[in-house]
Design a protein around this ligand. Structure first.
Ligand SMILES: [Zn+2]
Length: 288
């Protein structure tokens, strides 16, 4: 069996996986001070309680990681962690694998839809991440940055500053943060509103909310059209909290994509992730 760990800012999801299926899963709280010891202790307990054989443990991490060395998990507030060293404290004889969480979600969704051999998944959450699968394999890139499409330059209409230091990155618009930021801008209001509330308003035909959805859809469609002339994948998947807006977002992204995409790739299907929050667990269990 395989273990896939999806580390999030508030919870960690741990899946026990075999034959491309999640057989069991549980979650624990993300506690910054003892995060990886908490995870490993719980896995050790699970393995001994259920008496299972494990071939490896894979991690999907919300930040930058290279060769099992974690450079930064900004949402958790952890930096410079040698994951291999912690792993060896608990499981010397079980292999360790890790990459960022969007890569794992992309791989998980891809494995769940075997009719396609290449795909690109965008996770639209607080930020925006991506993962690229080519010939059924995850593409990481020379600097582990292949999926960093959240920081693709997308136009200069708003000049929103991104957390990465650049301006006009895709994630300043096409993320939960972007949705609320746009709503406040268009409504000239300082009141707090969640992305879900904006979608609910859009569903009841609120003009400002519909304008937000339109703006987000255009930015996403632009990005997909750009991605597609370099990657040329079989299918795009949208995942994460913003994708839960469903058809109201999806139909507009599809419409604008047809307008912006090169004629050779106009018919690429764009779908909402079916595995949703479970994709990361499945993908992290197949990093080997
Ligand atoms: Zn950026």
């Amino acid at each position: 069996m395989r273990i896939g760990v999806d580390v999030g800012g508030t919870t960690v999801k741990i899946g026990i996986v075999d034959n491309y299926k999640i057989l069991d899963c549980y979650s624990i709280k993300t506690n910054k001070d003892s995060l990886f010891d908490d995870i490993y202790k719980s896995i050790k307990e699970y393995i001994s309680k259920n008496n299972i054989n494990v071939s490896g443990i894979g991690f999907g991490l919300p930040g930058s990681v290279n060769n099992n060395y974690i450079k930064a998990l900004p949402n958790v507030g952890l930096y410079d962690i040698d994951l291999k060293e912690i792993h060896n404290k608990y499981f010397k004889d079980i292999n360790l694998y890790s990459t960022n969480d969007a890569n794992c979600a992309a791989l998980g969704e891809h494995l769940n839809n075997p009719k396609y051999h290449s795909s690109y998944l965008l996770t639209l959450g607080t930020g925006l991440g991506g993962g690229y699968i080519y010939n059924d394999k995850l593409v990481i890139g020379a600097n582990c940055c292949t999926g960093e499409v959240g920081h693709m330059f997308i136009g200069s209409e708003f000049n929103f500053k991104c957390t990465c230091g650049l301006t006009n990155c895709l994630e300043t618009i096409a993320s939960a943060t972007g949705v609320t930021r746009l709503y406040k801008l268009f409504s000239n209001s300082k009141e707090d509103i969640t992305a879900k509330e904006v979608f609910d308003l859009a569903k009841s035909n609120d003009d400002i909310a519909l304008h937000v959805i339109d703006t987000v859809s255009k930015a996403l469609a632009h990005a997909l059209a750009n991605i597609q002339v370099t990657c040329d994948v079989d299918v795009f998947y949208l995942a994460g909290g913003v994708s839960l807006a469903g058809d109201i977002l999806l139909n507009k992204v599809r419409k604008y994509y047809k307008e912006y995409a090169h004629y050779g790739v106009k018919d690429t299907p764009i779908e909402i992730s079916t595995l949703k929050e479970k994709a990361g667990m499945l993908g992290s269990a197949y990093l080997w």
